[in-house]
Design a protein around this ligand. Sequence first.
Ligand SMILES: [Zn+2]
Ligand SMILES: [Zn+2]
Length: 131
Amino acid sequence: MNERNTKQREIILQTITCSNDHPTMNEIMEKVKEKDEGIGQATIYRNVNKLVASGKVRKLPISLDNVRYDDNSTPHDHLVCVRCGQIIDLYDNNYVNDKERLEKEYSFKISGVSTIYEGVCANCQSNIEKR
Ligand SMILES: [Zn+2]
Ligand SMILES: [Zn+2]
């Protein structure tokens, strides 16, 4: 790992951390290029996947064509608004209890969880009522 690579990876991690929450790969690419035009798409792609593999960044496959990245590695779930696409972090879960129960029940070693609740956010609900 040379100095240039380390610097690039830092820029990429910083970009995800400073994004307004859960950016897509395209958004990450655009922002990284604003900071350093010399970083190619393949490099960004590779580094984001490395950050995911090392657990620094979480990958959120909300749907096939909507994959988001999350720099918050604390276990949490997500509420996703189907109208505006807003993603809300949810820390109120029974992950620990469920993990033990499910591991026993299915003899499966769980390494992480990502539950996505779909629905309509408060903002969109009041917009619907106003109409
Ligand atoms: Zn909404
Ligand atoms: Zn999140």
